[in-house]
Design a protein around this ligand. Structure first.
Ligand SMILES: [Zn+2]
Ligand SMILES: [Zn+2]
Length: 304
């Protein structure tokens, strides 16, 4: 029986002594190597101050932040799972896939990331060209928002930051509401690898694949159907991120039942982005038993 304990943390700035210790692992966090605002070291320190049992770094389409995170995990004695959130597509449905503990040297993985990152850059440049018709923004302005240079996976939040830096909008959320959302005339769709391929590539690299926030209605016009999830399970999918703020109660119930039916792992994560999103680290977590199974399946070890 997989158990789960939901913990809500009102503010990550509260001192740890006044706070419930979060039991479990937060398996979904972003850093400055994609669209988070904190360094991997700050991520690890935040996890330690919250008393989490462990943390996973899962930047978009890259493993570039892993080395920093490993150093920080060792010096702070905070257990770390290395991972990546991979954007994919399944018959027109946008799918985010958490790939955990895969071998980063695997050729198929490296090829997958190289292609995705190239597509992402072309897409971002086109969006900036579209925006430049109405706003004083250049590609260099966006690059100026990027903390780790070429190693950073550039996304819409970086465009948002550039518009905020110019004083055109008060914050990222306002930019998303007004200019860079899917319905906006400036928007350029993402070209993503097929989710079936991503599951197979992670599997070939010895990793564990989990569909991130599969019930996130707000992000998608359509969600993956039960049949599509079953298809991915047959290709080697390991689990579903059931506990995530973007899956509503009804979706969590649906996903839990699918997971039991298909014998998939159930995970939880906050999707923390530092100050880039309102999500609080540890607001959703994964239980120890599930984490141990993920570690058992993974190609590379947990960092302690
Ligand atoms: Zn996601
Ligand atoms: Zn995420």
């Amino acid at each position: 029986m997989i158990w789960y304990e939901e913990i809500t943390i009102e503010s990550m700035s509260l001192p740890k002594t006044s706070h419930t210790i979060a039991q479990g692992w937060d398996l979904h966090c972003h850093s400055v190597y994609s669209d988070g605002t904190a360094t991997p070291e700050q991520m690890v320190q935040t996890a330690a101050s919250l008393g989490l049992d462990g943390i996973a770094l899962a930047d978009h389409d890259t493993s570039a932040g892993w080395a920093d995170a490993v150093r920080a995990a060792r010096s702070n004695h905070m257990p770390l799972i290395r991972g990546t959130e991979i954007t994919a597509d399944m018959d027109g449905v946008c799918v985010h896939m958490l790939g955990l503990l895969y071998d980063p040297e695997n050729e198929s993985v490296q090829q997958l990331f190289a292609t995705t990152r190239q597509h992402r850059i072309e897409r971002m440049q086109q969006m900036v060209r579209n925006l430049a018709v109405d706003f004083p923004i250049t590609w260099q302005d966006v690059l100026d928002m990027v903390r780790e240079g070429e190693q950073t996976t550039i996304g819409r939040p970086h465009i948002a930051d550039a518009l905020v830096a110019k004083g055109l909008f008060p914050n990222r959320s306002a930019v998303f509401r007004n200019t860079v959302n899917r319905a906006s005339k400036y928007y350029v769709p993402i070209i993503s690898p097929d989710a079936r391929q991503v599951v197979q590539v992670i599997g070939q690299a010895g990793g564990v694949s989990i569909i991130a926030h599969p019930g996130a209605i707000g992000r998608n016009a359509r969600l993956l159907s039960d049949e599509q999830i079953a298809q991915l399970a047959h290709l080697g999918l390991d689990g579903l991120e059931v506990h995530h703020r973007d899956n509503n109660a009804e979706q969590q119930q649906r996903l839990t039942s699918i997971a039991h039916h298909l014998d998939l792992l159930i995970t939880g994560g906050s999707d923390w982005h530092g100050t880039g999103k309102p999500n609080h680290m540890g607001e959703h977590v994964t239980d120890e038993q599930t984490v141990q199974e993920i570690i058992r399946r993974g190609a590379i070890g947990v960092i302690k």
